[in-house]
Design a protein around this ligand. Structure first.
Ligand code: FSX
Ligand code: SF4
Ligand code: F3S
Length: 373
């Protein structure tokens, strides 16, 4: 199956813009963009086998429905898609045959992309394709792969299928392939740019980007969304929506008290937004539900608050003394103390949006200890 069917649906300008965005996302100097673009246009496109297990197919859906600047077209032009159950025309034996042929022809060279969790209960009875269990199919395909990429929270950690009581025994790929290096691109669904940038990094430098302890590329998941949230000045100033539709909600105040998991969620949603028009959950008034975190998504209720401990103001500003009683801090108290910091951080955030990331950003821009629930 060739990806060329979808190619040439984007302009040169879109291509350059997409590569520049990916370069900046990776934290690379913009002068590296030419090298990234060269890698994106190289003739030896890596073969890709793309498997689907327990999931809603939203990961593929959100990737393909991105229209401007044609990130999906760039991705599909970047790789040689040999097998993808959602996109391929073939079915049944024909599809099985094409998967076998691809695994044989490109053994040791192909990238394996996995979407969806793998059920382990009932001897894998809950997800069988072509007479084989998801686990068997995963093992077969992983054996000859040069790189395994898990797209979405389901394949990364089990996702919604693994929510209590997890009747199918669903797990993520990393729970089954413990000896392999696996790159996780979590999110339900993940941002297509995080996927694109990871592949571009691999093609440009012939090695993986730096990963965190959960196998996530640090350039995309190295910071908490709370650090660059546009509602952060409200958090620091102690202005919170108390209920959906109240005055604070209408004013765009911080959603922490509605259960926003942003202070404990590692992702770049607040910077690299979604849907071509630059929205993300928090910008449209919904608390972050921590969809990139294995311990948050579908494991905590939406209204449950993540603990925030010892928040301190932005490090570039005069110290503020926060009086706290007992363990943990009331965000209202700390927010008032951080008013000045919040305003300044907001200004800093706006500046950071205007300036390209010419160098990798610092590890943290605020000093804050947070712990997932
Ligand atoms: Fe899961 Fe993706 Fe959420 Fe859906 O493939 S991460 S349920 S958006 O489709 O796996
Ligand atoms: Fe934004 Fe949520 Fe943090 Fe509030 S708690 S600043 S809404 S990420
Ligand atoms: Fe997910 Fe939270 Fe981003 S719910 S999409 S990590 S804002």
């Amino acid at each position: 199956m060739s990806s060329h069917a979808t190619s040439k649906t984007f302009s040169r300008r879109d291509f350059v813009r997409t590569c520049l965005t990916a370069t900046a996302m990776m934290g690379l100097p913009l002068r590296m963009a030419a090298r990234v673009m060269d890698a994106a246009q190289a003739d030896d496109r890596p073969p890709v086998i793309w498997l689907h297990f327990q999931e809603c197919t939203g990961c593929t859906g959100s990737l393909l429905r991105s229209s401007h600047p044609a990130v999906s077209s760039v991705i599909l032009d970047l790789i040689s898609l040999e097998y993808h159950e959602t996109l391929m025309a073939g079915a049944g034996l024909q599809a099985e045959q094409s998967r076998h042929e691809a695994m044989t022809a490109y053994r040791g060279r192909y990238i394996l992309v996995v979407e969806g969790a793998i059920p382990t209960a009932g001897h894998g009875a809950y997800c069988r394709i072509g007479g084989k269990t998801a686990h068997e199919l995963l093992n077969e395909a992983a054996d000859g792969a040069s790189l395994i990429l898990c797209l979405g929270t389901c394949s990364s950690y089990g996702g919604i299928q693994a929510a209590d009581p997890n009747p199918t025994g669903a797990v993520g790929v990393r729970d089954l392939l413990k000896q392999k290096t696996i790159v996780n691109i979590p999110g339900c669904p993940p941002n297509p740019y995080n996927f694109l940038s990871t592949i571009l990094h691999f093609l440009t430098f012939k090695r993986l980007p730096k990963l965190d302890g959960l196998g996530r590329p640090q350039f995309a998941y190295g910071r908490k969304i709370h650090e660059h949230c546009e509602r952060r000045p409200h958090f620091d100033a102690g202005r919170f929506a108390q209920a959906y539709g109240d005055e604070g909600h209408a004013q765009g105040y911080c959603l922490y008290k509605l259960g926003c998991k942003g202070p404990a969620t590692h992702a770049n949603c607040s910077v690299q937004r979604f849907n071509d028009v630059g929205v993300w959950p928090v910008s449209i008034g919904h608390p972050c539900i921590g969809c990139t975190e294995p311990d948050l998504l579908f494991r905590t209720s939406i209204e449950e608050k993540v603990p925030i401990q010892e928040p301190t103001p932005f490090e570039g500003y005069a110290p503020a003394v926060v009086e706290r009683k007992g363990k943990g801090a009331d965000p209202l108290t700390t927010g008032l103390a951080g008013l000045g910091a919040g305003l300044a951080l907001g200004a800093g955030m706006m500046m950071s949006k205007r300036l390209p990331h010419a160098t990798p950003p610092p590890e943290k821009t605020i000093h804050e200890k947070t712990e997932p629930a």
